[in-house]
Write a protein that binds this ligand. Structure first.
Ligand SMILES: NC(=O)c1ccc[n+]([C@@H]2O[C@H](COP(=O)([O-])OP(=O)(O)OC[C@H]3O[C@@H](n4cnc5c(N)ncnc54)[C@H](O)[C@@H]3O)[C@@H](O)[C@H]2O)c1
Length: 340
């Protein structure tokens, strides 16, 4: 990438109406297209090597965007202030780096990157260049997640957290990049497990001291099931069970604290349950629909404000620096796991 490094943030008019490119026009690209439209952000360019994906996405935008088959061509055209990266995980690192080197702000899809060293280097690079680098963690701003993080503060210290998540992931993603061995970050743990582990880290909010994991491939090339036990400083323990070949989509998160319990339970065809019960008191229900800002809204608002993103900036909810504990944990789980 030959473009010069931009050392100051773009604080002029185009920050207030940032010109955005969607890089990767697949499933989650549509989610960002809709969220960016709600923020009245201009998607002026699309990038995807797949011509059909480009044409489909272009047809859904109100104004015709410029189309690119490679991120390099997109960045060299110098058209955009920001990219939203919606590409397979193994491309995130190289694409974030290229965008930062071109002086462009980045909102990257989860799980950010798959190596902690690379994650830290990218965060440093963004800070040095005064560029925004955010990660789109879907759970962080959802009502039930916000409720559980707040509940943990009320019923702590936490003794135990249990998380189980089942999805029909194998059926839905057979023969896609998600199930191809070789690409770092392939498999159910990095794809569906990452947001739950990220939420766990936010709920417990203590350093990880121990990890014990079993990853199961079964008949497949990548992990489709995971059982992870995590110990935290202060004694909290967590058990996480992730099943990518479940017959139904199920999520259960249970917090056991010395001062009470709290939990979330959701199944496809059932009314979800979200509650907090202080020890000896009555249970109160939470509102799973009380969501906070989406990652896109936070990203666009930060760019529009014209403020900087240097080393002294207060971190945003979706700032990539806040993804470092998760990337470190995922790397540790993958390294230490017994494989079946
Ligand atoms: N936050 C969420 O809720 C959420 C949900 C789903 C996926 N994701 C994440 O989003 C990312 C993409 O997932 P998806 O479901 O949209 O995948 P997808 O396979 O539906 O789409 C990926 C798109 O990227 C394109 N692509 C491949 N190489 C490219 C390149 N070099 N440059 C530009 N585009 C390229 C593909 O052609 C495809 O159109 C993954 O990292 C995934 O973890 C997040």
């Amino acid at each position: 990438m030959s473009s010069p490094v931009q050392t100051d943030t773009r604080t002029d008019a185009h920050s207030r109406r940032p010109r955005v490119a969607l890089v990767g026009c697949g499933g989650v690209g549509d989610v960002h297209r809709e969220r960016l439209a709600r923020e009245q952000a201009d998607i002026v360019a699309l990038c995807d090597p797949d011509a059909d994906a480009l044409a489909r996405m272009a047809g859904l935008l109100p104004a015709r965007p410029r189309l690119f088959r490679t991120e390099q061509d997109l960045l060299e055209a110098g058209l955009v202030d920001a990219v939203v990266l919606c590409t397979p995980h193994h491309l995130h690192g190289i694409q974030v780096r290229a965008a930062l080197d071109a002086g462009v702000h980045v909102l990257c899809e989860k799980p950010f990157v798959v190596e902690a060293g690379e994650a830290a280097a990218l965060v440093r690079a963004a800070r040095e260049r005064g560029l925004g680098l955010f990660v789109s963690f879907p759970l962080r701003s959802l009502g039930h997640a916000l409720f559980l993080v707040a509940a943990a503060g009320r019923i702590g210290p936490l003794q135990r957290v249990t998380i189980s998540c089942g999805e029909r992931w194998v059926d839905e993603h057979a023969r896609t990049w998600r199930m191809r061995a070789g690409g770092p970050g392939a498999g159910f743990l990095h794809d569906a497990g990452a947001p739950f582990l990220d939420l766990l880290l936010r709920i417990v909010d203590r350093p990880v001291t121990e990890v014990d994991a079993v990853l199961e491939r079964g008949a497949f090339d990548v992990d489709v099931r995971a059982s992870v036990r995590i110990g935290f400083k202060g004694g909290t323990r967590a058990d996480v069970v992730l099943l990518g070949d479940s017959a139904e989509r199920i999520e259960r998160i249970q917090l056991y604290g010395e001062g009470g319990t709290a939990g979330w339970s959701a199944r496809e065809d059932a009314v979800p349950d979200l509650y907090l019960r202080p020890a000896g008191g009555l249970a109160v229900s939470g509102d799973p629909h009380a969501a906070a800002m989406t990652p896109d809204a936070a990203f666009i608002a930060a760019l529009r404000s014209g403020r900087g993103f240097g080393p002294d900036t207060a971190p945003d909810l979706f700032d990539a620096a806040s993804a470092l504990p998760l990337v470190t944990l995922l790397e540790r789980i993958t390294r230490q796991a017994a494989w079946k």
